[in-house]
Write a protein that binds this ligand. Structure first.
Ligand SMILES: Cc1cc2nc3c(=O)[nH]c(=O)nc-3n(C[C@H](O)[C@H](O)[C@H](O)COP(=O)(O)O)c2cc1C
Length: 182
């Protein structure tokens, strides 16, 4: 099996991660490589935002504020972003183009996130891509300082693979069912 096939076939998500996290400098070469996804017109219609420390707490506050009217808010949302030391917000950053529609640009942004997840996993980190019903709430948008042309695609929660992590069930597919011909 090729190294790439082994890495892709063996990838799994880690819902719980330890407090270790890759540094900004460690992330850079992975982001550079992830940017090699197919990108119609090379528009680079994406960007990533690192949330560490207090930034995660500010995201928690934004989630609480988005969770309901005053008096009906869910304080439990505050702890959600604290499940990893590093969250990487994945932003679809749509560029003006007469040739490349939004959905194609979003496909590239999602591709970068998948590729980065895989590269992080290959480097030994635990990763979990999370969203939720409040991902596109106004308070959450504002907290990330998104432009009107941008949308959040969720966050990669990144940390160390816990020493006691179980092997985890890998759901297999029957490729015959997913690959047909006309
Ligand atoms: C865009 C996107 C958003 C996701 N959001 C969540 C989420 O909010 N909660 C969740 O439990 N899983 C979410 N998932 C799925 C997990 O990241 C993960 O893929 C799933 O738990 C299966 O584990 P596996 O990747 O090891 O097969 C999301 C996946 C994607 C691609």
């Amino acid at each position: 099996m090729s190294k790439v096939l082994t890495a892709v076939a063996g990838r799994r998500s880690y819902s719980r991660v330890s407090v270790d996290a890759p540094s900004h400098a460690e992330l850079l070469p992975l982001v550079e490589a992830a940017a090699r996804v197919a990108d119609h017109g090379a528009l680079r219609p994406w960007r990533l935002i690192e949330l560490r420390g207090a930034a995660r707490e500010r995201l928690g506050e934004a989630l609480v504020a988005a969770s309901g009217k005053k008096g009906e808010r869910d304080p439990g949302m505050a702890a959600k972003p604290l499940r990893a030391e590093l969250l990487i917000a994945v932003v679809a950053s749509r560029q003006r183009s007469s040739k490349v529609p939004k959905w194609e640009q979003d496909a590239t942004a999602a591709g970068v996130a998948h590729m980065l997840s895989l590269l992080l996993a290959d480097a030994g980190w635990g990763v979990f891509w999370r969203t939720g019903p409040l991902t596109r709430a106004t308070t959450v948008r504002k907290m990330h300082k998104l432009a009107d042309t941008e949308e959040l695609l969720g966050w990669l929660y990144v940390g160390g693979v816990p020493a006691n992590a179980k092997a985890g069930k890998r759901l297999k597919i029957d490729p015959e069912k997913f690959l047909s011909a006309l």
